[in-house]
Design a protein around this ligand. Structure first.
Ligand code: GLP
Length: 261
């Protein structure tokens, strides 16, 4: 696991965008894993800037979103497929049908989850997965207590997550759906490179567990300690509870220029 501490979210976004740019330069039809939440927005803005500058094209790329609420009306602005369209997909040049989300309005939700797993596999798996982290240590919507090996399935949101996400629903936690479809931790761990971004003091405890805690379903993100290629991009506030912060800074400062994320 590589822990990169920078003073601003914009610097972190540059690093994530560099990794995506390198990936697409090597293989234009690479498969990206996209995440919602506010943390990755700064990365999407940077990718859009590079696209507008003619540096980056997503025309041949494919993408899979991590998760989706169950039973929000199709046009609801907080449906994750609409959120990611507005934040990123519609601002760049993905081909029609290249970006996938689990179908939270399917009649057969369990079947939709199986279809989603099959679609990821048919695409050849995810090359680079962007991740945020919840204050309770969830990734995607794998709440505390989730199987560390699970695949895409229906989950019940934790009360803390519904409180955290109430800001997107007019401040009303009761308006946040109770259920979601989410890639499982097993699905996420199959991606070839995980790039997790976390900023702000509210994430410090979760980041502490993620990087330096014991692997446990109580802090689901801790499982990424067992992934062979993880980049944890955090600001000073999110890093404030890390015991080895100075070591991570030194490793980054001493990193050879040729050794990228
Ligand atoms: C949501 C999403 C996660 C995200 C998390 C943190 O619940 N399902 O993918 O990482 O919230 O969001 P934020 O970045 O807004 O703090």
């Amino acid at each position: 696991m590589e822990v990169v501490i920078q003073s601003s979210a914009e610097e972190l976004a540059e690093l994530a965008a560099d990794a995506i740019e390198r990936l697409l330069a090597a293989r234009a039809d690479a498969v990206l894993g996209l995440a919602t939440g506010s943390s990755p927005l700064v990365i999407y803005d940077e990718l859009v800037r590079r696209h507008q500058g003619g540096r980056l094209s997503f025309a041949a790329a494919r993408a899979f979103l991590l998760d989706e609420y169950v039973h929000l009306p199709p046009e609801h602005p907080e449906r994750y497929c609409n959120v990611i369209a507005q934040a990123f997909v519609d601002r760049v040049d993905f081909g029609a049908g290249a970006v996938h989300t689990p179908d939270g309005n399917a009649e057969d939700l369990a079947g939709a989850c199986l279809d989603y797993e099959a679609a990821i596999e048919a695409a050849g798996g995810v090359d680079l997965q962007l991740l945020g982290i919840g204050t309770d240590g969830h990734i995607a919507f794998n709440e505390p207590g989730s199987s560390l090996a699970g695949r895409t399935r229906i989950k019940t949101l934790a009360p803390q997550t519904r409180v955290d996400n109430a800001r997107f629903f007019g401040g009303d936690a009761d308006a946040v759906p109770r259920h979601c479809l989410t890639q499982g931790i097993g699905t996420i761990m199959a991606a070839r490179h995980l790039v997790l971004i976390a900023t702000g003091i509210a994430k410090a405890e979760a980041v502490h567990h993620l990087v330096e805690g014991a692997v446990s379903a109580m802090w689901p993100a801790t499982i990424v300690q067992q992934h062979p290629h993880v980049s944890v991009l955090i600001d000073e506030a999110a890093a404030s509870r890390l015991r080895l912060a100075d070591y991570y800074r030194q490793v980054w400062a001493d990193k050879p220029a040729w050794q990228v994320l």
